[in-house]
Design a protein around this ligand. Structure first.
Ligand code: BG6
Ligand code: MG
Length: 215
């Protein structure tokens, strides 16, 4: 089957927003008197905002109502938005723009498949709004990765079939989502965490058209 489209996760693949998520969650956890560190932050990668809060509250003695939880998630998001509003195109991860441009020139369609509701703001801050043929994000999907919904939605928007797509993901939940969607998958990061992917590279600067076509 001919490769027709590539779907990119945003956070951790095209930009390192994990450090901003960490700062905002840490601020909330400190206010609530809950222990939070980089290891717990690792578990939040690829996970939706609501699910992330649940992970943080695992170490809380207090049980919050649904409304209180929604207010806590909103408080964190306000801080997070403050941080990402100051991002510039200099924060685009190495090789991302070059690789995506290379495959676009070869006639391959490109989309974003991200859990983040802040995707439009991030793409705008990075100056990447025009680069993608479609954007499927947390604003239009209901089910979080590892559910395949976000990638299936991206394929639908691009009018391609699952088996014609390759997904790029940095989170284990995202790799599972790609496989659940019946798509090939390239892991961005460590082989140990992303062993289910068809290929693992350290970043998009290590990708090219030849490697993509050999999948
Ligand atoms: C994912 C991140 O891309 O988006 C997660 O990896 C984050 O860490 C999720 O929780 C939701 O993001 P947002 O911006 O909607 O809070
Ligand atoms: Mg990610």
């Amino acid at each position: 089957m001919k490769l027709k489209a590539c779907i990119f996760d945003l956070d951790g693949v095209i930009v390192d927003t994990a450090k901003y998520h960490y700062l905002a969650w840490k601020r909330l956890a400190d206010q609530l008197g809950i222990f939070f560190n980089e290891d717990i932050n690792e578990r939040l990668k690829g996970v939706s905002r609501t699910e992330s809060l649940k992970i943080i509250l695992e170490l809380s003695d207090i049980v919050y109502t649904r409304d209180e939880e929604a207010a806590l998630a909103a408080r964190k998001n306000q801080w997070y938005v403050d941080y990402i509003s100051r991002m510039t195109p200099a924060e685009i991860l190495p090789g991302s723009f070059e690789f995506i441009s290379e495959i676009k020139n070869a006639g391959i369609k490109v989309a974003i498949g991200s859990a983040s509701k802040n995707t439009p703001l991030i793409l705008e801050r990075l100056g990447l709004k025009e680069l993608f043929d479609a954007v499927a994000d947390g604003n239009i999907v209901k089910k979080a990765k590892p559910d395949p919904e976000v990638f299936l939605k991206a394929a639908e928007m691009l009018k391609v079939r699952s088996k014609e797509c390759v997904v790029f993901e940095d989170a284990a939940a995202g790799i599972k989502a790609a496989l659940n969607a019946g798509m090939k998958c390239v892991g961005i990061g460590s082989q140990k965490i992303l062993s289910q992917a068809d290929l693992v590279v350290s970043g998009l600067d290590k990708m090219n058209l030849e490697k993509l076509n050999s999948l």
